[in-house]
Design a protein around this ligand. Structure first.
Ligand SMILES: N[C@@H](CCC(=O)N[C@@H](CS)C(=O)NCC(=O)O)C(=O)O
Length: 225
């Protein structure tokens, strides 16, 4: 029997967090090997483990997978979270790519220079409420099902919940005016594997704090901003 997937990344959200969400929602246990120093990253690189010298890297089914979207696609396909046909997959791809754009804006927020932070937060709030959430509220209304695509849980539902919770960290009232998304959030949060992942002590990561920001800057050798 194959062992648990092993995730190589720093101990924070970043690009790995959606992978953690997807595995946990699929009920897959995983191990994490945290990169804590530049030397840890160098070792992974020098040992030939990183195809493009970048993480996330996930050891799964005998592969050392890199590239976030490739890993997500693989996990979603393997655990039947990627629609039942090519059209459902196309829709899941469109939804998740939109969410990934939003996710990226929120993820990089802690790394932006303090004097630009307020403007960035205002921009995110505007994009969330004017561009992204209306799409998903309408999708749920038009589709009339409990899930975004088809009539079963998919990667799109999981990533939407992840993004909603992140957006709520920027603006707690973000779902005001989106009644179907409020119901969606409550419904998807009750799915047992997801409910478990939402509990304190799970492998879900909190937003980056000042200490973790310094660690990330040190590992990846970049300046804030
Ligand atoms: N397209 C890649 C981008 C990966 C990436 O930029 N990873 C960063 C950490 S989040 C990294 O490893 N940076 C080190 C480097 O590029 O040398 C993906 O989505 O996985």
């Amino acid at each position: 029997m194959a062992g648990k997937p092993k995730l190589h990344y720093f101990n924070g959200r970043g690009r790995m967090e959606s992978i953690r969400w997807l595995l946990a929602s699929a009920g897959v246990e995983f191990e994490e090997k945290f990169i804590e120093t530049p030397e840890d990253l160098d070792k992974l690189k020098n040992d030939g483990n990183l195809m493009f010298q970048q993480v996330p890297m996930v050891e799964i089914d005998g592969m050392k997978m890199v590239q976030t979207r490739a890993i997500l696609n693989y996990v979603a396909t393997k655990y039947n979270l990627y629609g039942k046909d090519i059209k459902e997959r196309a829709l899941i791809d469109m939804y998740t790519e939109g969410m990934a754009d939003l996710n990226e804006m929120i993820l990089v927020l802690p790394l932006c220079p303090p004097d630009q932070k307020e403007a960035k937060i205002a921009q995110i709030k505007e994009k969330v409420t004017d561009r992204y959430l209306p799409v998903f509220e309408k999708a749920l209304r038009d589709h009339g099902q409990d899930f975004l695509v088809g009539n079963q849980l998919s990667w799109a539902d999981i990533q939407l919940l992840e993004v909603i919770l992140m957006a709520e960290e920027c603006k707690p009232s973000v779902l005001t005016g989106f009644p179907l998304l409020q119901e969606f959030k409550a419904r998807i949060s009750c799915i047992p594997t997801i409910h478990k992942f939402l509990q304190l002590g799970s492998q879900r990561k909190p937003p980056l704090d000042e200490g973790s920001i310094e660690t990330v800057k040190n590992i990846f050798k970049f300046e804030r901003g």
